[in-house]
Design a protein around this ligand. Sequence first.
Ligand SMILES: Nc1ncnc2c1ncn2[C@@H]1O[C@H](COP(=O)(O)OP(=O)(O)OP(=O)(O)O)[C@@H](O)[C@H]1O
Length: 251
Amino acid sequence: MTDPTSPVLRLRGLGWTVGGATIVEDVSLEVAEGEFVAFIGPNGAGKTSLFNLVSGINPATAGTIELDGADITAEPVHARARRGLGRTFQTSSLWPGMTVADHVRLAAQATGHTSYRIWRRADRYARQVADTLERTGLTHRADTPAGSLSHGEKRKLELAVLLVGEPRLILLDEPMAGVSAEEVPALTELIRSVHRDEGRTVLMVEHHMDVLLGLADRLAVMHHGTLLALDTPAAVMADATVQQAYLGEAL
Ligand SMILES: Nc1ncnc2c1ncn2[C@@H]1O[C@H](COP(=O)(O)OP(=O)(O)OP(=O)(O)O)[C@@H](O)[C@H]1O
């Protein structure tokens, strides 16, 4: 049983030391249901490494991770995914020759319940795939191979693959990476709707401050593997320690 009053995500003293180097150090934070927390920080600050610990790609060497009040620190990636934790990556994870619809169908089948009868499943998946393509604005690209999509469309498809599993907590690692300036607004709008309209809890690493300021409830600032600040965007931008950490670097 999970505790309904507990935050969706709670990290306590989370750390990751590899090859003698401490990459993530003593990170503690709580994320409430429906919150949007954006992670910023200079290159190499440990943002992706923190996401790898939360999603289970790397095992934490210190501290604990709780999802909905359950300790998932020792659970593998697939067990965390079953609990509703979804994750996208900095680099594209699509098959170039496979169509947009087939990507979403495969993801729907992977997260579906095997006890359903085959014909029911086929029907359910068809509707699920159509709905997911619709909400990610990819209906007109259903039969297009992923390799022929623009960067922005590829990012949308990665989101579609994630959303078809209806995750409660979504980790987005630099979703705007490689996306052209013209495609940024539509992708930002899609992420906003996943958060605001669908009520999902979102953690996002992103360097585009203009994008983040319109989306995030709180900003988490990482620096040398530690959590330097976690507050509203206005408070973080006014924080002298944060400004010091970024001295000489564009925030
Ligand atoms: N498997 C690993 N073994 C050793 N060092 C690693 C490993 N993975 C990451 N690092 C190091 O950890 C540090 C943090 O990397 P990480 O990718 O988490 O930073 P980041 O804040 O996401 O940076 P960016 O904004 O450039 O993506 C870097 O110095 C990186 O070289």
